[in-house]
Design a binder for this molecule. Sequence first.
Ligand code: AMP
Ligand code: ZN
Length: 470
Amino acid sequence: MLYNTLTRRKERFEPLEEGKVRMYTCGPTVYDYFHIGNARSFVVADVIRRYLEYAGYDVTFVMNITDIDDKIINRAAEKGVEASEIAREFTEAFFQDIEALGVRPADVYPKATETIEDIVRHVEGLVESGAAYVVDGDVYFRVEAFPEYGKLSGKNLEELVAGARVEKDERKQNPADFALWKAAKPGEPSWESPWGLGRPGWHIECSVMSQKYLRETFDIHAGGNDLIFPHHENEIAQSEALTGKQFVRYWLHFGFLRINEEKMSKSLGNFITAREALNKWPAYGIRFFFLQTHYRSPLNLLPEGIEGAVKGAAKFRAFRDELDAMSEGARSFDAEPYRERFARAMNDDFNTPAALGVLFDLMHDVRTAAADGGIDRPSNDAVRDFFDRTVDGVFGILPPPQEALPGADNALVGDLVQILIDVRNDLRKERNFALADRIRDALAAAGVTLKDGKDGTAWSYSPPESTNRG
Ligand code: AMP
Ligand code: ZN
């Protein structure tokens, strides 16, 4: 079941072709580094895609790169470089940052500038059918040619016009008409077209890029809430007016990341880039933080929240290591009910908070069973398989194995730690606990944790909190 913005209710998901899903998500406009709010949308789309694959679908996932746009042109003018140079720089940065976030690459990343011919052909078709008109080298979509205009956002045309939600413009027949093609201004990048030199409007790019790789009708189109109107409304109008077929079957929209209870956006200037966030926190912590909230709800960014999520994710690693080290017992432990509960949660409009709850229950129950006689090998294998396929495979929040001790191959480090342990144990025998604790605490601050047992003191190393990056 997933919530479809088009019908405003949860619907049973039935792909057009059995076992296959064709999915598109609006990608970045590459004029700057993307912020942690954009990152939420990219991570959520990634988890939805990964879950559909986990559920057995063969998913074709397309995300566009908007590499020609007013914002890119303006940024280039500010910096005194070509627009294509800005686009190249930030496309590269985009790929670096989504990789660092653990977002799996899309099957195709079409670029607007590489789709111009297809866009021109689409616009020509709309002009021929009367759904678009040309004014001095600009081409506008005629909203009145598409009676269903407003069906996604629930807005109606008269209200839109009367409420002055759209600017009046002499050149347009209806103030709600929007540009499909923009005549070139001096010095701007432009391409040949039947209407003279120009460039595509933003909305038409997504219609054409998605249909080029996913065909005229496809299953899922996703993006942030802000895109419902006008972007996605316009995508529907331009696509369906030409093909006469339904454009997209399920529209998914993601809640916004907020900061101080205000939406995070580049125009408000209240953002931190994903890059900055990744310098502070490991990707698994950021992802875990996002997934603790349902994807449609707004989420307020709090550093404490992400720090808590980093610690939460560390519990998955600890459990995973315990599973490996667990001695074989006689009890069988059935992972199946957890697999079912996990699927039930995710099948209910991708309820990630509930699905995480199932994983925490699993950890608790396995530990209880392990403490009470231990679980047998086949059960351990089944738990591990399910755990890896969900925590790591679907959510991407399993911290990597503890980083090796720097210089661990250098026996000297081990020897020095052992000397400190021996001195500390002597101090404890002399009941000089103050000094013994000082050694333990100082080692802990350096990332070395001591564990006293009946066979002596063992130690382990994990990088101290501030540098603990995945
Ligand atoms: P843009 O590069 O601005 O076109 O945005 C790329 C994606 O990020 C789109 O799907 C937007 O809807 C989404 N987005 C923008 N701001 C936020 C935010 N604060 N929280 C979540 N998603 C966002
Ligand atoms: Zn789009």
